[in-house]
Design a binder for this molecule. Sequence first.
Ligand SMILES: [Zn+2]
Length: 346
Amino acid sequence: MTIDPSLERYSRQMRFGGVGVEGQKRLRAAKVALCGCGALGTVLANALVRAGIGYLRLIDRDFIETHNLQRQILFDEADVTANLPKAEAAARKLRLINSQVTIEPVVTDIDRTNILSLVSDADLILDGTDNFEIRYIINDAAVKLGKPWVYGGVIGSHGQTMTIIPGETPCLRCVIEAAPAPGEAATCETAGVLAPTVNVIASYQATEAIKILTGHVESINRDLIFLDVWENVHKRFSISKLRERNNCVCCKQNKFEWLDGAHGSQTTSLCGRNAVQVSHRVAGRLDFDAMANQLGTVGSVSFNRFMLKFIVEDYEFTVFPDGRAIIKGTNDPDKARTLYAKYIGH
Ligand SMILES: [Zn+2]
């Protein structure tokens, strides 16, 4: 049998029975939308471009900073100096790695208004984001469009992943009904993140992507996998019954609350004050004691029962018990939302 010479570079991958020549051809025909090009996103992009997918859309709103280099494997010091957006810098690197792959960098903030157009022509959506708000928007879009997606999340030395095939496996909302309240969950900013954790979780996600794109849905992971690489913990949570058991708002009732804007944050620029208000709906009240403990490690915090003040970098946060925050030091709603996600949570 003669093999297409352009497939030669994948000979070791094609020799693996799960892929084969047929699987490799399927990979080449595949289009993937990757949401987020930070820690998980760079590892995912690297794996899939080397594996020989046909088309990769890389979506990210951020610029590269020096403290990203510890774990975001496609970037280097020259990218920081050049002040490049992550999607653009990653695309340049990826084209050097494999010129057979079409790479489309998109520098934008993913939200409910643009997600459908960003993913509607993709065969698969990958989660390389760092916040739950965007994950629920991805989940709504994926279920609505009937497209598979792979969730991954990391913090400190632990991470988790699950694979969603709409209509077949539980969706994100079947498993995690609501996002952690702002301030409740640790963020990478407060708890840090160990690079090997990222590599392990993203490698699971990339493997799931290869299974799906080569037509091996029967081999996908149907559990929620949880790993802690520091504490030596490997756990699998059986979630396969959750879809039948629950009347999921998203994948059973087909109500797409995150796409419709019933959930999620809203921002208002406070004119003339160099401040932006971020309204984030939470059930109940924020726990200022717990938040002060976490935020105290990165900035200065004071609070009373009406508000919490937090000063970090050049910004001053005033957070209210209902989740609303005013962030002083910027007029840019995108920047304010990023800061909110970074320090307060998602
Ligand atoms: Zn569901």
